[in-house]
Design a protein around this ligand. Structure first.
Ligand code: ADP
Length: 283
């Protein structure tokens, strides 16, 4: 029997920016978390659930367990283990940094079956409202160009004049001058801004709402530094487990570029200035 047929009581949780969120009490007295949207959004929850399961399989960091996803005539839904808030442990940020680094270092085998790990993911997913293409590739730089920058640039084309288009084309042609191939593909959360982190029942940081794929671990670090920064204890603990390259700072804005292009496409021209400022840095 589906969990949606066992709901005894439900209460709205506010704070998300895309879906409706609920705390559900089931017929056996247990509590679960549910997100809902219109029925045609079921693919979003299917993709979110695949990402959560891939991260959870690494057994390195707090990830809510997926209990069910699907749709009824009226809505699509994702049901997760309910994370009861607790007080933060003393070394909250160090532990978060260490556990994220362990997730990045975990073997990529799980989602790729017997084949060697690739960059990308076995299925496409979403970054916010936008489709995120995850076609597997052996090269990180090719993947970042073809599956990250190019699709966003095509969507944003109407914002650009010919001189900006020329600069983008130069940047794409010379991307390997700026980005490096990592030692191996790392499982990324893919959208690691502060709204997707939560203190879980164990007092540690849990991560939610992913846009997972295998890529360069610097992508997740860069996302933690797009609109603000996490405390320095997070980065030093991360660095002890998975050393951060001294050249990371030179690449960070290129990783921001993907997210900012997506913001330009989702929210409009207020992100144009940030996008072209990054373009000017590199092209
Ligand atoms: P959206 O997909 O709309 O961005 P979120 O995943 O951000 O939604 O969730 C909405 C709210 O529910 C947030 O305030 C978040 O902290 C909370 N939340 C998310 N997952 C859980 C969970 N498993 N247990 C309890 N609360 C959660």
């Amino acid at each position: 029997m589906s969990i949606v047929d066992r709901i005894a009581r439900r209460e709205r949780i506010y704070g998300g920016d895309i879906n409706k969120a609920w705390r559900l009490e089931l017929d056996d007295g247990s509590t679960v978390f549910m997100k809902t949207n219109s029925p045609e959004k079921a693919a979003y929850f299917e993709a979110e659930s695949a990402g959560l399961e891939a991260m959870r399989a690494t057994d390195t960091i707090g990830i809510p367990k997926v209990l069910e996803h699907g749709k009824t005539e009226d809505y699509s839904y994702l049901i997760l283990e309910f994370l009861k808030p607790a007080n933060r442990i003393k070394d909250y940020w160090e532990t978060f940094g260490r556990e994220l680094a362990l997730m990045h270092k975990a073997s990529g085998g799980a989602v790729w079956g017997k084949s060697p790990a690739m960059f990308g993911f076995p299925s496409d997913n979403f970054i916010g409202h936008t489709k995120q293409i995850n076609t597997p590739s052996k090269s990180w730089v090719d993947f970042y160009r073809e599956c990250r920058l190019v699709p966003q640039l095509k969507m944003a084309d109407r914002y650009f004049d010919s001189s900006i288009r020329k600069k983008f084309s130069h940047l794409l042609d010379n991307l390997s001058d700026y980005l490096e191939e990592p030692e191996s593909p790392a499982l990324l959360h893919g959208d690691l801004w502060s709204g997707n982190m939560l203190c879980g029942p164990d007092g540690k940081a849990w991560i939610l709402d992913p846009a997972c794929y295998y890529g360069h671990p610097e992508v997740d670090l860069a996302m933690t530094q797009l609109f603000s920064q996490l405390p320095s204890a997070f980065y030093s603990a991360y660095n002890e487990v998975n050393p951060i390259s001294p050249e990371y700072a030179e690449r960070r804005d290129l990783y921001h570029l993907y997210q900012l292009l997506n913001h330009l496409n989702m929210f409009g021209s207020s992100y144009y200035g940030e996008v072209t400022a990054i373009l000017d840095e590199y092209a």
